[in-house]
Design a protein around this ligand. Structure first.
Ligand code: FAD
Ligand code: DHB
Length: 389
């Protein structure tokens, strides 16, 4: 088989890149390890920056989001009972969109099916060859048969555990990492959100986030030790702990419901440089991971896609490799700023085991400063709604 751009992975990065390229007449084939049902069953991000919203519209995938998504003008940060409202719209003129990653992925699959794109599920043992030539090749096994895909470029959109990053020789990669000593336990439940906006809560018992998917579906998280398992947390235990971490006025509004999903995600900051190796480009989680505080994971994947889409357009439609040469540097420039923001939000809002009393005072002082300084709130808002591409 032959195509112009071979895309490894059908998460949001791979699907969005493929959809944008197909719309301007560039051919792609997507190779995905899992089944479509599995890809669509993963509950992950929930907040889209406006740049992501616009990119989805440009990809022709905005229609359902316009109807079913919720625009939020701001968010609330708390320290015990102190609540600080960050008014994104007043401070930056921008909003964010509440629309789950599962919905985004579903819309992209539908659009790709309508486009007739070849998406091969269940591929195993993907190997990428000849990246230093103008004719790279991706070998893979499907239904027990070894196959080969010839292409002009390869987009590695295969997440943190994928094969693409590891294809770059170890001595040519530089990795930066911070692992946090806790995870997020998340539940999905059919009940009303606590507030019109998300609440990022810092308390003496640890962090909690009250989020939502729609008027009758909530996504809530609490910080838990890495050694905990979802089975350790009955619904009763979750709701009690969640309520303890919110300000009393917000906790009073909790309407409990059985969880329909419960999982624990570890928190990590990670960047692998460079994002380009010959004709291979790393996109999204294949190249970087942020802790979820600040909702940057999916949005960073979208900005990588934006840069790579424009670079491949220039190369394949206009014969100029300049943007392809600049892809890694351009994308990393934005990635590091989102890394900083996610790290800062994580440090500001979580309790670290064994910390001293000084750390809690620093968190409280940061929240007080945000409450009193419009400049501080604008800085947070500017990063949360997403820095320009
Ligand atoms: P992925 O979504 O990981 O997609 C990669 C795809 O590649 C997958 O479908 C995978 O099956 C496929 N693949 C992997 N290896 C191979 C291979 N060798 N061959 C072929 N295919 C392969 N972000 C937030 O902003 N908020 C959140 O609350 C949040 N929660 C998260 C919870 C979890 C458990 C995880 C893992 C991530 C979470 N994220 C969150 C991050 C966000 O979901 C990711 O940033 C986003 O999914 C990145 O998209 P991607 O397409 O780059 O990678
Ligand atoms: C959600 C996840 C986040 O990491 C975040 O910062 C905000 C919302 C969510 O899943 O709804």
């Amino acid at each position: 088989m032959k195509t112009q751009v071979a895309i490894i992975g059908s998460g949001p990065s791979g699907l969005l890149l493929s959809q944008l390229l197909n719309r301007v007449g560039i051919e792609t084939v997507i190779l995905e390890r899992s089944s479509r049902d599995h890809v669509l069953s993963r509950i992950r991000a929930g907040i889209l920056e406006w740049g992501t919203v616009e990119l989805l519209r440009e990809a022709g995938c905005g229609a359902r989001m316009e109807v079913e998504g919720f625009t939020h003008d701001g968010t609330i940060l708390t320290d015990s009972d102190n609540m600080v409202h960050i008014d994104f719209k007043a401070l930056t003129g921008k909003q964010v969109m509440v629309y789950g990653q599962t919905e985004v992925t579903q819309d992209l699959f539908k659009a790709q099916d309508a486009m007739g794109t070849t998406i091969i599920h269940g591929v195993e043992d993907v190997q990428i060859h000849d990246l230093d030539t103008t004719a790279p090749r991706v070998d893979y096994t499907v239904n027990g048969e070894r196959k080969s895909l010839s292409c002009l470029y390869v987009a590695g959109c295969d997440g943190f555990h994928g094969v693409s990053r590891k294809t770059i020789p170890e001595e040519k990669r530089r990795e930066f990492e911070r692992v946090y000593p806790f995870g997020w336990l998340g539940i999905l439940a059919r009940t009303a959100p606590i507030d019109d906006e998300l609440i990022y809560a810092n308390s003496e018992h640890g962090f909690a986030l009250a989020s939502m998917r729609n008027a009758n579906l909530v996504r809530h998280y609490i910080q838990v030790p890495l050694s905990d398992k979802p089975e350790d947390w009955s619904d009763e235990r979750f709701w009690a702990e969640f309520g303890r971490r919110l300000p009393a006025s917000a906790a009073a509004k909790i309407v409990q419901a059985p969880s329909i999903e419960k999982s624990i995600a570890p928190l990590r900051s990670f960047v692998s440089e460079p994002l380009r190796w010959g004709r291979l480009f790393l996109v999204g989680d294949a190249a970087h991971i942020v802790p979820p505080t600040g909702a940057k994971g999916l949005n960073l994947a979208a900005s990588d896609v934006f840069y790579l889409y424009h670079a491949l357009f220039e190369a394949l439609k206009n014969g100029s490799e300049k943007a392809v040469d600049n892809y890694s540097e351009r994308a990393l420039n934005r990635i590091w700023k989102a890394m900083r923001f996610s790290w800062q939000m994580t440090t500001m809002l979580h309790r670290f085991d064994g910390e001293d009393v000084f750390a809690a005072q620093m968190r409280a002082a940061t929240l007080k400063h945000l409450a009193e300084s419009e400049t501080a709130r604008r800085d947070l808002a500017e990063n949360y709604v997403g820095l320009p591409y």
